[in-house]
Design a binder for this molecule. Structure first.
Ligand code: PEP
Ligand code: CO
Length: 445
């Protein structure tokens, strides 16, 4: 492989990048960010990589989740608390089910840039650039709001720092006490046909926590510090370049804007700028793969992105959809096994299950999400491989964006609290229920 430096991606075609009117302005902002302190540290990044290496061997389980697109407006106390709360609660259910340590990775503190299917959006005779996330332009539909503004990169860096700062304080301050099912909102349980099974899991979690606390005479939150990591799609390469640093006494370049970054399904082209950028950073990275990936393509990506076959370096996040997972997943597992490639496998059951209601609302169905996951678990079992983790779009708030779940949300309910600007998320109850159902699935094997 050739020498690498953080700006080398510019020599390759870069998909999904905004076009700024003033290049000098963009350069100024990138320079400014590159002089600001990093958001995460290299030792945290290394720690996550070591944990993901264990997930590849089935010794840990990755729970990755958060918004499709974070917004600046949602950088507030309640939204952040609720997101952390649901992820911690889900992780506890998964620990209980798997008897494995769970790696918690939020899709947050930087998930501000989105790939779009079209560069322009037209509405009632007006055509303006598509919304590409709050780090690029604004959601409002006017020429001014949709114009990419370089300063928004700085605003994104700041929002990411504020979010992460609050999360670190919550965790240090014993917020992990929210682990206790006594604090959970379980009103949906009686509405479910599986309520008895859910009750059993929750009671047993509560009992084992109480048992541990009694034996050790220490609150559970003091027993082990909760690790929490951040991640986002490494889409906007100028933003990523600005936060790519060398660290004293270590070799290589770290992207210190997040612990984990992934390449999206639309930008994973072999000879493109994203793959070129990602091959050079030492962070653990992910690559999202959809139904059009071929075996040879994944092998080639693996060769470029993880030439030393280092465990924990590469997570393959597949997002095939319920109807394609059976056809698409086994050949990929097979290719990696035959070529002795070590990857951490992760199932994103969200992005292959998008649907549109009759009135044009983007949604996803709780049951299809769950079914895709169940198929994935079975396929890995049959092929003697490990599903190392799951990737969700979710929020801790009470939104109505996905159909189904114990409350049986219908397409009419979606209007009530549909807040996402991009993809629909599982709400608090749906997320908790999903974790309970995965727990049951994993316990049955
Ligand atoms: C996403 O994760 O929001 C996304 C755009 O996914 P994908 O790259 O898998 O389409
Ligand atoms: Co999405």
């Amino acid at each position: 492989m050739t020498e690498w430096s953080p700006e080398l991606w510019k020599k390759k075609p870069a998909l999904q990048q905004p076009v700024y009117e003033d290049q000098a302005d963009l350069d100024r902002v990138v320079r400014q960010i590159s002089q600001l302190p990093p958001l995460v540290t290299s030792w945290e990044v290394d720690k996550l990589k070591a944990q993901l290496a264990e997930a590849a061997q089935g010794k840990r389980f990755l729970l990755q989740g958060g918004d499709c697109a974070e917004t600046f407006a949602d950088c507030n106390s309640a939204t952040i608390v609720n997101k952390l709360k649901i992820l911690l609660q889900m992780s506890l259910i998964l620990i209980h089910a798997t008897q494995k340590k769970v790696i918690r990775v939020g899709r947050l503190a930087g998930q501000y840039a989105k790939p779009r299917s079209s560069d322009m959006e037209s509405r009632s005779g007006h055509v303006y650039p598509s919304y590409r996330g709050d780090m690029v332009n604004a959601i409002g539909f006017s020429q001014g709001e949709r114009r990419p503004q370089a300063d928004l990169l700085l605003r994104a860096y700041e929002r990411a720092a504020l979010t992460l700062n609050f999360i670190r304080s919550l965790i240090d301050g014993g917020f992990a006490d929210l682990h206790h099912p006594e604090y959970w909102n379980l009103d949906f349980i009686p509405l479910s046909s599986d309520s008895a099974a859910y009750e059993k899991i929750v009671t047993s979690i509560a009992e084992s926590l109480r048992f541990m606390e009694t034996v050790t005479e220490t609150p559970i939150s003091n027993l082990e510090r909760v690790d929490f990591f951040t991640s986002h799609e490494g889409l906007h390469l100028s933003y990523e370049e600005a936060q790519t640093r060398q660290v004293p006494h270590k070799t290589g370049w770290y992207n210190l804007s997040a612990h984990f970054l992934w390449i999206g399904n639309r930008t994973r082209v072999l000879d493109g700028a994203h793959v070129e950028y990602f091959r050079g950073i030492v962070n653990p990275i992910g690559v999202k793969v959809g139904p059009d990936i071929r075996q040879e393509e994944l092998l080639a990506l693996t060769d470029i992105l993880n030439p030393k076959n280092e465990p924990g370096r590469l997570t393959v996040i597949h997002r095939f959809g319920l109807h394609k997972v059976e056809e698409c997943l086994p050949p990929l597992i097979d290719a990696m096994q035959k070529n002795n490639k070590i990857v951490t496998w992760c199932c994103d059951p969200m992005h292959g299950n998008n649907e549109v209601t009759e009135d044009g609302t983007k949604t996803r169905n709780f049951d299809k999400i769950l079914q895709e996951l169940k198929h994935a678990f079975r396929i890995y079992r049959e092929m003697n491989a490990y599903l190392g983790g799951v990737h969700f779009e979710l929020t801790g708030d009470n939104v109505t964006e996905c159909l189904g779940g114990a409350r049986g949300l219908s397409s009419r309910d979606l209007k009530r609290a549909y807040k996402s600007n991009v993809d629909p998320r599982l709400n608090y109850e749906q997320s908790l229920e999903m974790a309970l159902l995965i727990a049951r699935e994993m316990a049955q094997k």
